[in-house]
Design a protein around this ligand. Structure first.
Ligand SMILES: Cc1cc2nc3c(=O)[nH]c(=O)nc-3n(C[C@H](O)[C@H](O)[C@H](O)COP(=O)(O)O)c2cc1C
Length: 281
């Protein structure tokens, strides 16, 4: 539905390297997913490189999460803790670059802003000098939650670098994407919450089209995600399409059969719903 690149949720590199069970649990893909970036929570150059090698050949690139503000991640030295450690981030990038020399395989980072913009620019320049292929900037500091995204800061970062910069934060419509592009002159935009609510957003749809919901259900029939994952995605996607009382009922459904039955009764036209081919566990 019009997206050029997708990211996995962050995967903890250490567990991924150490355990085959973690790898099977955290990462499955197929050709239709591409181009796909696998994002790692990492704080060690060797482990990040090992993890990157394990997914090399199955994705277009790897990314280091330097933006997660959750307390557990910060305490473990992951996520936005890393924006205060430019040398370490640079070393992770350069060591992965040394291990994977394929020029088509990207190594990138996703950051939040530091309080001081000059320090943020310096961080980005060090990441660029280490060989990163692009940087995604969520235009907030780790402490900020619903404050407006600092587009001016993203613009200055973009002006200060030669590698592509992707802007992130509060993009819910194609108009938001275009506005951010015009103001910051970035090379691309990333959306998370907007994309969860409407995966067809970059095609210009104001809310998730039925075709997209149908496609998601077809994919879920094949891949059999856990029920919670299946249900959560549909809850997000249908938020703007179901009236509040129906949404309340839908959000409390407890199994796949009930979800499919609800959708055939209240959402899809007759015979539009894909056939059920086994339960989501
Ligand atoms: C449910 C959820 C999961 C997220 N997981 C990640 C993640 O694994 N890695 C990451 O870099 N950011 C993650 N984020 C943050 C988003 O990538 C993004 O930076 C943030 O939500 C702001 O962008 P948005 O306004 O488009 O949502 C997550 C956000 C949400 C809502």
């Amino acid at each position: 539905f019009g997206t050029d690149i997708t990211f996995t949720p962050m995967i903890i590199a250490e567990g991924f390297v150490q355990s085959e069970a973690a790898r099977d649990n955290e990462f499955q893909t197929d050709e239709e997913d591409g181009p796909l970036i696998v994002q790692f929570a990492a704080k060690d150059p060797v482990i990040f490189s090992e993890a990157s090698l394990l997914v090399y050949g199955k994705c277009a690139g790897v990314d280091i999460n330097c933006g997660c503000p959750q307390r557990w991640a910060m305490e473990e030295g992951y996520g936005s803790h890393l924006i205060k450690k430019p040398e370490l981030v640079a070393e992770m990038v350069s060591s992965a670059k040394r291990r994977i020399t394929d020029p088509d395989f990207t190594i990138s980072t996703k950051i939040r802003l530091l309080d001081d913009l000059r320090e943020t620019v310096d961080l980005c320049r060090q990441i660029e000098a280490a060989g990163a292929d692009f940087i995604t900037v969520h235009g907030r500091t780790p402490k900020q939650r619903s404050e407006p995204v600092d587009l001016e800061a993203i613009k200055i970062i973009k002006e200060s670098l030669n590698i592509p910069v992707i802007a992130n934060g509060d993009i819910y419509t194609i108009d938001d994407a275009e506005r951010v592009g015009e103001i910051t002159k970035v090379d691309g935009v990333m959306s998370a919450r907007g994309m969860l609510e409407n995966p067809a957003m970059f095609f210009g749809y104001a809310k998730t089209p039925r075709e997209c919901v149908k496609r998601y259900i077809e994919i879920a029939q094949l891949k059999e995600p856990r029920f919670m994952t299946f249900h959560h995605h549909l809850v997000f996607m249908l938020e703007k399409s179901l009236p509040k009382p129906k949404r309340k009922v839908f959000n409390n459904l407890r199994n796949k059969e009930a979800v499919l039955e609800f959708l055939s009764e209240h959402y899809f036209a007759q015979d539009e719903l894909p056939r059920s081919e086994g339960p989501c566990s």
